[in-house]
Ligand binder design. Structure first.
Ligand code: ZN
Length: 121
């Protein structure tokens, strides 16, 4: 789902993923969970439709705040893991907003967080 493309449908709810800030796929890309080769062959998903990932986002721009019950809830997970993951996911989420508001036409390969890009080099 590049900004000008249309028609990428969420694998969970089947509705269109309209903005990069709604994209679970791109969030996972910017935080390094998806590499550039598999980005375009992976199915799209709304962030809100992947609660296990979305629960880590605490950003006023992300609404509503998502919570998960059970074994994979933030309260059940290891606190160090939750701290590290929340930090990464929130920086990734903020990055999606930078990408959406970018006016110079950033290349997709430059989307990921700096630490992710340096891992790939
Ligand atoms: Zn969805």
């Amino acid at each position: 789902m590049a900004r000008c493309d249309q028609g990428y449908l969420c694998r969970v709810c089947n509705a269109e993923v309209e903005d990069i800030v709604d994209s679970e796929l791109y969030l996972r890309f910017v935080i390094g969970e998806i590499d550039p080769e598999t980005l375009h062959t992976s199915p799209e998903c709304h962030l809100r439709c992947n609660a296990l990932l979305a629960q880590f986002i605490s950003d006023p721009r992300f609404e509503p705040r998502i919570s998960v019950e059970g074994d994979f809830s933030m309260s059940a997970l290891d606190s160090e893991f939750v701290r590290t993951k929340s930090d990464l996911v929130n920086r990734g989420y903020a990055r999606l907003w930078e990408i959406m508001q970018d006016e110079v036409g950033m290349a997709v390969i430059d989307y990921p967080l700096e630490e992710v890009q340096s891992k790939w080099r």
